[in-house]
Design a protein around this ligand. Structure first.
Ligand code: HEM
Length: 414
């Protein structure tokens, strides 16, 4: 029998008062203590908009597994965004489509992200990393996110989609405006910017698609744009709008999260000399260490699902009624002490490590092999080639509850 103490009551009271729509300022620097409060004090947390926030590992996994197909949010997004390009985007890609549409779209692009296809990019990825290392060596002082971490995933994803890497900064800027309105509460100005950004992104991508469609024959293996245009020509159901939105979602998914993984991995390793040494000296294989870094950082923190029936949580934490919007907090699940020993500490050799950083079910991250390839080359190369890398000022985390990333990370080569 668990004995409830006065401290437990204070704790659960504090947890019930937590508001993801308006989190305290220090939440962005370290959400960990708030997640712990919720896991211990209010694991089925009712939110002001009628949704519930799940923070325990078992609960997150159960809902992800059982309801993995139910993501369409047309009605909810229509209320929040109004009609327009932003609504069109967030209801047109595989990310927010249920089956059969999800599989129809994902199957066209899947071959590019299979482990074997991704492995063929190893040499190219190492070359990109080496070039970027040479650039920052020449700079001496630089921002680790902007000048290094971002350059690697954006170069790779531009190549895979079939757009010029010279447009990387533009792609990041419009992409962020498309994604930001997915946060729990955003100002009207961000929604207006989101509509404009989607319209602009489509206008940018359209000429690439038109050029490919004008070719007498299309090599579907050339890049994702070609694969989708070829599928369309062969009679697979996919509209031009769907092609453009699939490019946007893949470009966005392909750079933001991996940038955040690489940069925060280096940030946290700098504060942990023991782990840094383990990795530098090869005491832990990078593949094992990387899973721990993904668990620890969890670049994509939240996910949404909608119940279509009452869901009784196996953990005994309660029942979620049918028709409820559920927010799954994988960032908290990955720090659940019921599953991971000393979860707030990096343990690069941790095994098993069944983190949920890439999700679960049919929407499991499409680009996880690519993200693993990029980070497993970039992180060891930084440690090897920049042994005197040191902080050059304070870091600042983005004010974003969905994507955890560093806005600034000044460094210098000592
Ligand atoms: C460390 C890096 C990454 C993390 C942490 C991450 C995380 C995730 C997660 C948690 C999901 C599940 C979404 C859900 O269940 O609703 C997801 C889906 C997705 N990811 Fe990633 N991702 C990463 C890198 C990438 C890369 C490199 C790509 C490049 C293509 C990518 C593209 C996608 C796409 C398109 C989906 C939607 C898949 C679907 O709905 O079937 N991600 N990602």
């Amino acid at each position: 029998m668990t004995v409830s103490t006065a401290a437990d009551e204070v704790l659960s009271g504090q947890a019930r008062g937590f508001n993801l729509f308006d989190p305290p300022e220090d939440y962005f620097d370290d959400p960990g203590p708030y997640f712990r409060l919720l896991r211990d004090g209010d694991p089925l947390h009712a939110q002001e908009d009628g949704s519930v926030l799940l923070t325990r590992y078992d609960d997150v996994r159960q809902v992800w597994r059982d309801l993995s197909g139910l993501v369409y949010k047309g009605d909810q997004f229509r209320q929040r965004f109004g009609e327009g390009p932003l609504l069109e985007h967030h209801t047109s890609t595989m990310l927010f489509r249920d089956n059969p549409d999800h599989d129809r779209l994902r199957n066209i692009v899947n071959p590019f992200f299979a482990q074997t296809s991704i492995q063929q990019l190893s040499r190219f990825t190492q070359d990109v990393v080496d070039q970027e290392i040479e650039k920052v060596k020449r700079m001496g002082e630089f921002d680790f996110v902007r000048d290094f971490a971002f350059r690697i995933p954006v170069t790779l994803i531009c190549k895979i989609i079939g757009v010029p890497v010279e447009d990387a900064d533009y792609i990041q800027a419009v992409g962020r405006k498309v994604l930001f309105p997915l946060n729990p509460k955003v100002p009207d100005s961000a929604i207006a910017e989101g509509h404009d950004a989607v319209a602009e992104f489509k206008t940018y991508l359209l000429p690439f698609l038109q050029e490919i469609k004008s070719r007498p024959s299309i090599d579907r293996a050339e890049n994702i744009l070609c694969a989708m245009a070829a599928a369309q020509r062969e009679g697979v159901e996919i509209s031009d709008d769907e092609i453009l939105h699939m490019c946007i979602v893949t470009l966005n998914g392909g750079h933001e999260t991996t940038t955040n993984l690489i940069s925060q991995s280096i940030h946290f390793l700098m504060d942990d000399p023991e782990s840094l040494k383990q990795l530098r000296d090869g005491e832990v294989p990078i593949a094992t260490a990387l899973e721990e870094l993904i668990r620890f950082v969890t670049p994509l923190q939240l996910q949404g699902r909608r119940t279509t029936r009452d869901v009784v949580l196996d953990s005994g934490n309660g029942t979620i009624p049918a028709g409820t919007e559920v927010v799954l907090c994988q960032a908290s699940a990955n720090r659940d002490e019921r599953i991971f020993d000393s979860p707030d500490r990096l343990n690069l050799a941790r095994r098993p490590n069944n983190h949920v950083g890439f999700g679960a079910g049919i929407h499991v991250c499409l680009g996880r092999s690519l993200a693993r390839l990029e980070a497993s080359i970039a992180i060891p190369t930084v440690l090897r080639e920049l042994p005197t890398l040191a902080r050059g000022g304070d870091v600042r985390f983005q004010r974003n509850t969905r994507f955890r990333g560093l806005e600034q990370f000044p460094v210098r080569i000592a």
